[in-house]
Design a protein around this ligand. Structure first.
Ligand code: AMP
Ligand code: MG
Length: 396
C-alpha cells in the first residue's frame, strides 16, 4: 500500500491548473491571478493634499506669515484658478494641489479671519503633499501572477482602474454519495436508513474552499444508477463520490468507473481513517472515490481532494501546517499513518493542540468541532503530552 506522501504526489502530478479566464474584478474574490495585474494610471493621479488646511507656494512664506485666501479646492472639486505670491486657498485632504502651490499648511497651524490667513507655526516647503505617482505609476505591476485576490488586493486593483483580471476559475465539482441506506435531510429515516450527511458536508466545505459544488444526489449501490450519475458528473472539472469504494459486495463505485475507462492512479493508502480512498482520471477529469464513513470522507477530502482543487485553481501552496504543543497524550499509531481530528488554538504565545480521545471513522462529531488534523507516522510509539507536533490546519 502506498504512503500518504506518495499518494499526494500522485494527485499533484495528475492535476494542473484550469485554463485562465478574463473575469470582472468584482467577481474575482478568492481567485488566483494567472497574469500580472498592472496599474492603468499613476497613483496618486495628481499632486494632492494630505491634510485639511491651506495650500500656497513655499516662496510666499519666505516673505510673510500673512496670506490672502482666494479660493478653495475640495476633494472632487479642484481649484481652477492661479495663485499669486502671498495668496493661499483652502484645501481638503485628497483635493488636487493648484499649479502654483507646493506646500500645505494644516488648518491647526493657522488662524483664518475672513480672507486673512495667519500662519502660526513654521511650515517646511513641500510639506503634506502627496505627489502624483508616488505610490505607483501607470503600467507598473501591482500584483504578480499567482497572487490571490482578496479584499485588500481588490481594493488596490480597483484604485488603479483594473476592471478585468485574468484568473483561474473556481473549480466546478460534481459530488454524489452512494449507499442504499441514504436519505436526504428532511426525510424521516426508516429502518436501516441514515441521512446523507456527507453530501451536505461536501457541499458546504466546497463553498468554504471557493469551489462551485454541483450536488448530484444519492447513488444507489447499483452499477446502472452509478453510471447515470457519472454521465452527469463528467461535465464538472473534478468529481467526488463518497461511499462504495471498499471491498464490500455492494462497493461498486470502482467497478463502474472502470467500465467507463477510468484511469486509476491509486486505490488504498496506508492511512487511518480513509484507507480505501480511490483516485484517478475519468475522461481526463480528476476523480476521487472517498470512503463513506463521515470522518474518513472529511479527512480524505482535506488530505487529497483539497490539494487537487487548489492545483486546479492555480494555487501553489499545500494545506497550511503548524507546529503545536500537544495538550494530551496520544496512543501508539500502527501500520498506517494516523490522522487525528484535533483542535488547534493559539494560547500562551504558541499553538496548542488537543486530541479528543474518542474518535472513530464513523463518528460525525469528530469533524464538527475540530480545525486541524494531526499526523502520527506509521509505527509511531505514541506521543506524550507537551511534545511538539505538526498539524494540518483546516481553514474555514
Ligand atoms: P461505505 O464507504 O459505503 O462502505 O460506507 C461506510 C459507512 O459510512 C457506512 O456506515 C455508511 O452507512 C456510512 N455512509 C456512507 N455514505 C454516507 C453518507 N453519504 N453520509 C453519512 N454516512 C455515510
Ligand atoms: Mg456503502
Amino acid at each position: 500500500m502506498i504512503s500518504y506522501d506518495q499518494a499526494l504526489e500522485a494527485v499533484l502530478a495528475t492535476v494542473s491548473a484550469l485554463p485562465p479566464l478574463n473575469t470582472a474584478l468584482t467577481e474575482a474574490a478568492g481567485l488566483i491571478l494567472a497574469e500580472p495585474a498592472k496599474a492603468c494610471w499613476d497613483m496618486p493621479r495628481w499632486d494632492n493634499s494630505a491634510m485639511d488646511g491651506f495650500a500656497c507656494a513655499a516662496a510666499s512664506l519666505e516673505a510673510t506669515q500673512q496670506l490672502r485666501i482666494v479660493g478653495a479646492a475640495y476633494a472632487g472639486h479642484p481649484f481652477g484658478g492661479r495663485l499669486q505670491p502671498g495668496e493661499a486657498i483652502r484645501i481638503t485632504t485628497g483635493a488636487p494641489l493648484p499649479i502654483d502651490a507646493d506646500t500645505v499648511i494644516p488648518q491647526e497651524d493657522t488662524q483664518a479671519c475672513g480672507i486673512q490667513l495667519t500662519i502660526e507655526r513654521p511650515a517646511k516647503p513641500e510639506q503634506h503633499v502627496r505627489y502624483q505617482g508616488e505610490e505607483y505609476q501607470a503600467g507598473e505591476i501591482l500584483l504578480e501572477a499567482g497572487a490571490q485576490l482578496h479584499s485588500g488586493t481588490i481594493g488596490l486593483l480597483s484604485s488603479a482602474g483594473v476592471e478585468q483580471v485574468a484568473v483561474y476559475p473556481r473549480p466546478k465539482v460534481a459530488i454524489f454519495s452512494t449507499g442504499d441506506e441514504l436519505v436526504d435531510l428532511g426525510q424521516q429515516p426508516g429502518p436501516g436508513q441514515i441521512i446523507n450527511s456527507n453530501l451536505l458536508f461536501l457541499e458546504a466545505r466546497l463553498r468554504e474552499c471557493n469551489c462551485i459544488p454541483i450536488p448530484l444526489g444519492i447513488g444507489e449501490d447499483h452499477s446502472d444508477n452509478l453510471d447515470e450519475l457519472l454521465d452527469r458528473a463528467v461535465a464538472a472539472d473534478l468529481i467526488i463520490s463518497t461511499g462504495g469504494v471498499s471491498v464490500g459486495e455492494k462497493d461498486l463505485v470502482q467497478q463502474t468507473l472502470v467500465t467507463r475507462g477510468f484511469e486509476r492512479k491509486f486505490w488504498k493508502v496506508a492511512i487511518k481513517p480513509g484507507k480505501p480512498v480511490l483516485f484517478g482520471q475519468l475522461e481526463g477529469k480528476p476523480c476521487f472515490g472517498l470512503p463513506g464513513n463521515p470522518a474518513a470522507t472529511a479527512a480524505t477530502f482535506e488530505l487529497f481532494a483539497l490539494p487537487a482543487l487548489r492545483a486546479l485553481a492555480g494555487q501553489q501552496q499545500h494545506p497550511e501546517r503548524r507546529t503545536a504543543t500537544l495538550r494530551n497524550a496520544v496512543k501508539a499509531g500502527g501500520s498506517r499513518q494516523l490522522f487525528l481530528w484535533s483542535q488547534c488554538v493559539w494560547q500562551d504565545g504558541g499553538y496548542q493542540v488537543e486530541i479528543p480521545q474518542r474518535q472513530a471513522s464513523g463518528q460525525t462529531r469528530s469533524i464538527a468541532g475540530n480545525n486541524a488534523l494531526l499526523a502520527l507516522p506509521i509505527g509511531s510509539k505514541g506521543l506524550a503530552r507537551g511534545e511538539q507536533v505538526e498539524v494540518i490546519l483546516i481553514g474555514r
